[in-house]
Design a protein around this ligand. Structure first.
Ligand code: T1G
Length: 720
């Protein structure tokens, strides 16, 4: 028998354990092993019931994503199919009980639904997150889930792809019994689950008949009852997964469950599932999933001896209680870390705490946290005026405004205060880390931690490696990001690092398009239709037009002879149209956050462009899409070549988690591969001829086209 599945006999119950680390995916012989174990248990007269559980941290997290990836890229590879296993479980002659801890996800929950009973520990979670990967539950999940929880709930679970606590799942009838080990005085949680599941199995063995989910129809409703539910599902899909194809496909499969006998329904599901696996969106979303995990592995850092023995982080000090500082404080407190929030005056500190309190209050209002949670978290945050309170911190994060002299002064002062070995981080979004580090005698401890606003929400942290930053410091920064539930991406020191350096040409190209004849709302519509979470002009209004204005000054941008300089943005700033905070920017705002096109902006554009002798023309949507997105890609290729970004996939993760790039396109570099690098180069070269030097093709782009390679190939070459 294969070694990912083993059976032990406890009383009259066969306990079948899946052990396929890290997450017990249904690969490496697990399905075959389970079938063999069931056959053996059936044949054993001493066994009256079967329990299936997972070893290690979790029950089964689904099909193996690597198998899925192989099928997505290669149409001669069949997507994972566990129908035989599911039938074997459901038709077992002895009752099968699935015992869940950690998570039962995707194929894992589908396996559980084929069993006769499901039990779980109280902190386990369940879900069908396939839509996150651009596919539909393809192991009969769209057929069994509505039978167990009803059509409405099934639609919600499958379209949102969310994970749900077992308390909810129990209420809906998806979980039969919660094993509460609160009363147990000894033994591990795993022992409690095993003992509880065996007791449950022993109990049901004497009863019967044992319900087969596929034979149930009591919750499937009638066509007339279901029609509005499917309509609501389509609306939900539009809202939570705009532009994604999998939710509509999943709805079709669920509909099949309600109109066809089980066997025909599951065949229909299989057809639809295969179609979804072969879709470009699946490839992109699987790439995004893998890339997000790959960024946590940095050659030379996470595999270095220094990474094996990192000091624990328990206390974080934050310098600067402004928007970023208080947001970072919240992110740390949410992760259970002690926080010292500091600023130069009591007044500013009070304002920081007020902001913290306000953010927490809104989490309570939205039902995300209870008041008790909030009090517990707020109790972790202490305030202090001045740097002295940073002395006991394991990590100090500077989050004052972007002024080099001030930052250098802070780091020099920290040198005398921070404990030896403490990480000294700066939250700068633009400034030179090496220059900041030059003020201390311990530049090896200095690192950039570029959080994104709002810092307690946004998942991205760019981890900026200065020329002196030690391997241990980078590894600690990665570990801290993970602890905060964030995605840390290591990049090299360079103006704007990766994210903002790509953002500027993208943003300015959008502004040139407006000066050439488009409108802010047209550009934003093209970008959101492409899938960006927000249009660039709405983003600029949100962040404040003065931010880029200051950068233009500080970096002395557009100083090269012949460089085209954006004109309208300066004019708007001069009129104090700074965006949402002044009620007007590229758009106007009438009390809320909704951008409203403004005739005054049009007048400014007309005036400024006329003054500069620009003859405005009709600009087509295609031109907008190409000039904005290809500007991102061309700059991304430069960053790769310069080694500021290590892998094209790192750039993708940065754009997916920090800049609202649509997951179903896999990130800018993945998207470039999909469009085809020759086509991108052709357009970039044409823009270079028409629009000037800013469009000079990145040498790496030219090289890859010449060699017939993609960015994905480039990454593969780097990481054998
Ligand atoms: N297959 C293979 N590897 C997986 C995996 C999976 N399903 N899930 C996670 N991993 C790896 C991951 O790459 C990482 O590897 C390690 O496990 C830890 O993951 C038929 C076809 C389970 C909640 O979508 O949501 O079933 O980097 O860093 O934060 O209809 O992983 O260590 O080498 O994320 O504790 C549906 C996806 C599959 C679940 C754990 N299932 N996974 O989170 O750790 S499709 C999913 C997760 C399917 C059926 C269809 C999370 C997690 P490495 P991690 P974590």
């Amino acid at each position: 028998m294969n070694n990912t599945v083993t059976t032990s006999i406890v009383d009259d119950v066969a306990v079948v354990q899946i052990d396929n680390p890290p997450v017990n995916a249904l690969s490496h012989g697990v399905p075959e092993g389970l079938m063999a174990a069931i056959a053996e248990a059936e044949a054993n007269p001493a066994v009256r019931a079967i329990v299936i559980l997972g070893a290690g941290r979790t029950f089964v997290a689904g099909a193996d994503i690597k198998d899925l990836e192989a099928a997505a890229w290669n149409s001669s590879v069949e997507p994972p199919d566990i129908h035989d296993l599911l039938a074997r479980v459901e038709d077992a002659t002895k009752p099968v009980v699935i015992a869940i801890h950690g998570t039962a996800l995707g194929g894992g929950l589908e396996l559980a639904m084929a069993a006769h009973y499901r039990v779980a520990v109280p902190d386990a979670r369940v879900g069908l997150p396939e839509a996150n990967l651009g596919i539909i539950p393809g192991a009969e999940g769209t057929q069994r889930l509505p039978r167990l929880v009803g059509v409405e709930r099934a639609i919600d679970m499958i379209v949102t792809g969310k994970l749900f606590p077992v308390s909810d799942a129990h209420e809906w009838g998806l979980i039969d019994h919660i094993i509460d080990s609160a009363g147990r005085s000894s033994g591990s949680a795993a022992d409690a689950l095993r003992a509880g599941a065996v007791a449950f199995a022993h109990d049901v063995a004497g009863r019967g008949p044992h319900q087969k989910t596929r034979e149930r129809g009591d919750k499937l409703g009638t066509p007339a009852e279901n029609a509005p539910l499917f309509e609501a599902g389509r609306q939900l899909a539009k809202k939570v997964r705009p532009n994604q194809t999998a939710p509509a496909t999943a709805l079709e499969a669920i509909e099949a469950a309600t109109t066809m006998p089980f066997d025909r329904g599951r065949r229909r599901e299989r057809e639809l599932a295969i179609g979804s696996v072969r879709s470009p969106q699946c490839r992109a979303l699987v790439h995004a999933f893998m890339a997000e995990r790959a960024v946590a592995k940095v050659p030379g850092v996470t595999d270095a001896p220094a990474a094996a023995n990192l000091p624990a982080v328990e206390e974080v000090a934050i310098i600067g209680a402004g928007t970023m500082g208080s947001g970072i404080a919240m992110a740390c407190a949410n992760a259970g870390l002690r926080v010292v929030l500091t600023d130069a005056s009591q007044e500013r500190l009070d304002a920081g705490f007020a902001a913290l309190r306000k953010n927490y209050d809104s989490s309570v209002k939205r039902g995300r946290l209870t008041s008790a949670d909030v009090e517990k978290r707020l109790a972790l945050v202490k305030g202090a005026v001045g740097y002295d309170a940073c002395a006991s911190a394991d990590v100090v994060i500077e989050a004052v405004f972007e002024q080099m002299a001030l930052k250098q002064q802070i780091f020099a002062a920290l040198d005398g205060v921070a404990k030896p070995g403490a990480m000294l981080a700066t939250n700068t979004s633009m400034l030179d880390i090496d220059a900041i580090a030059s003020g201390t005698r311990r530049p090896e401890s200095v690192v950039g931690l570029h959080f994104f606003s709002p810092a307690h929400v946004m998942r991205l942290v760019e981890i900026v490696r200065g020329s002196a930053t030690s391997v241990a410091t980078i590894a600690s920064a990665l570990a801290l990001a993970k602890k905060l539930g964030k995605v840390g991406v290591v990049v090299k020191n360079s103006t704007g690092f990766v994210g903002n350096r790509m953002m500027l040409p993208y943003m300015y190209e959008a502004q040139f398009l407006v000066e050439d004849g488009a409108t802010p709302e047209q550009v934003d519509r093209v970008l959101t239709t492409f899938g960006m979470a927000m249009g660039i002009f709405a983003v600029d209004d949100l962040g404040g037009l003065d931010v880029a204005w200051r950068i233009r000054k500080e970096l002395n941008q557009f100083s090269e002879p012949g460089a085209r300089r954006p004109l309208v943005a300066d004019a708007l700033v001069e009129m104090n149209r700074l965006g949402q905070k002044t009620g007007k920017g590229w758009y106007k705002y009438e009390g809320g956050r909704t951008p409203i096109p403004d005739a005054d902006t049009t007048a400014v554009i007309d005036r400024v462009t006329a003054g500069a002798g620009i003859r405005r023309r009709r600009v087509e949507d295609d031109e907008i899409r190409e000039r904005t997105i290809y500007a991102l890609i061309n700059e991304g290729a430069r960053l790769l070549e310069e080694g500021v970004a290590m892998r094209a996939a790192d750039i993708d993760v940065i754009y997916l988690t920090g800049y609202g790039f649509p997951g179903f396109r896999g990130g800018p570099m993945f998207h470039a591969d999909k469009v085809g690098l020759p086509k991108i180069l052709e357009r970039v070269s044409a823009f270079h001829r028409e629009l000037g030097e800013r469009w000079k093709p990145a040498p790496l782009l030219e090289r890859l086209v010449k060699e017939g390679r993609t960015f994905r190939d480039y990454d593969a070459g780097l990481m054998p």
